[in-house]
Design a binder for this molecule. Structure first.
Ligand code: SF4
Length: 287
C-alpha cells in the first residue's frame, strides 16, 4: 500500500521544513517565468527572467519587442530561440483577451473554466496552467514537473507507465486540493536533494521504509553514517530555489527555487513590469 500524501508531506516537512503558500498575484509574470523555466535549471531561468524585467518596462513591450532582441535578452535561460516566440505568442494572446493584462478575473471563474482559459493560450500546457493558478492566484491546481513525477512513481503513488499529462491528472485526484502546494514543493525539493534521477540517496530518505523503489537502491555502507549530517543541515537548506516575482508596479523578479512563495505586492498597473532587484526573495519551482 503506497504512503498516503499526508504522511509523505509530514515526513518530508520534518526534513525540509513546511512550505508556506503565499500566492504572489501576478499571473502574467508567472506565465512568462514558467515558459522560461521549461527544460532549464531554475537558476538560469531566474536570470533570464530578471534580464527580461530589466530590459522591458511592460508586458506589452515584451510582446512587441524585435524577436532577435528578445532572444538575446533571455539567452541565459536556454532554448531562447524557442522560448522567445512562445512568450510573445502567449503575451499577445493574453493582451487580445484581456487588454488590461489583469488576470484577476480568473479567480472568480469556475476552476475548470479558469484552467480552460489558460490552456487556450498558445504553448500553454497543463503544468504552466497549474503554475499560474497555484503560485499566482492561489487556486487549487497541481503542477507536476519531472521531480514530482519521478518521486511519485518511485513511491508507487501512480503507475510508472503514466505520461506526464496522465500523471498530472492522477496526482490531482490523489492529493487533497488543500495540500497541492505543500506536496508539490516538498516533492520537488526531495527530487533535487535526495531522490535524484540517477542515484537516489535512499539510505538518507525518511520515506525509504515505505518506498518500493528503495529496494532497488541498497544503501552503500558508508552512506548510513552521513544520514545524520544530512538531516542536521536541514535549516541551512531551506533556501528558495525559485525566482521571486513582484507585481508590475513594484517590478517583478524571480527564480524558481526552493519555494514558490514570495510575499508580493500586487501591481497597480498590470501592464508594467516590476524591478527584480527590488523586493522579492528568491523562490522555487517547475515548468
Ligand atoms: S526511498 Fe529512495 S527512491 Fe524512494 S523516495 Fe526515497 S530517495 Fe526516492
Amino acid at each position: 500500500m503506497p504512503l498516503a500524501p499526508d504522511a509523505i508531506i509530514g515526513r518530508l516537512a520534518a526534513l525540509y521544513g513546511m512550505p508556506i503558500h503565499t500566492p504572489h498575484g501576478d499571473a502574467v509574470a508567472e506565465l512568462v517565468l514558467t515558459i522560461l523555466s521549461q527544460n532549464t535549471a531554475d537558476t538560469n531561468s531566474g536570470r533570464a527572467f530578471v534580464q527580461l524585467m530589466r530590459r522591458y518596462p511592460s508586458w506589452q513591450a515584451v510582446a512587441e519587442a524585435p524577436l532577435d532582441e528578445l532572444v538575446a535578452t533571455i539567452q541565459n535561460g536556454g532554448l531562447a530561440q524557442q522560448k522567445a516566440p512562445r512568450i510573445q505568442a502567449a503575451l499577445r494572446a493574453v493582451q487580445e483577451r484581456s487588454p488590461t493584462w489583469d488576470l484577476e478575473f480568473l479567480r472568480a471563474l469556475d476552476l475548470e473554466a479558469a484552467r480552460a482559459w489558460l490552456r487556450a493560450l498558445p504553448g500553454v500546457g497543463p503544468k504552466t496552467t497549474a503554475c499560474v493558478l497555484l503560485f499566482a492566484l492561489g487556486l487549487p491546481a497541481m503542477p507536476v514537473d519531472t521531480h514530482v513525477e519521478r518521486v511519485a512513481k518511485r513511491l508507487a503513488l501512480i503507475p510508472a507507465t503514466l505520461t506526464p499529462e496522465q500523471a498530472h491528472d492522477a496526482l490531482e485526484a490523489l492529493v487533497p486540493p488543500g495540500d497541492y502546494y505543500r506536496f508539490h514543493m516538498l516533492l520537488i525539493k526531495h527530487g533535487r536533494r535526495l531522490c535524484a534521477a540517477r542515484r537516489p540517496l535512499c539510505e538518507r530518505c525518511p520515506l525509504a521504509p515505505d518506498c518500493p523503489a528503495s529496494l532497488l537502491n541498497p544503501a552503500p555502507a558508508a552512506a548510513q553514517s552521513s544520514s545524520k549530517s544530512s538531516q542536521s543541515s536541514k535549516s541551512s537548506r531551506t533556501e528558495r530555489e525559485r525566482p521571486p516575482i513582484t507585481g508590475a508596479s513594484t517590478k517583478a523578479s524571480s527564480s524558481r527555487g526552493a519555494s514558490r512563495s514570495a510575499s508580493t505586492r500586487r501591481p497597480s498597473s498590470a501592464s508594467t513590469i516590476a524591478d527584480p532587484a527590488s523586493t522579492r526573495p528568491k523562490n522555487d519551482t517547475t515548468t
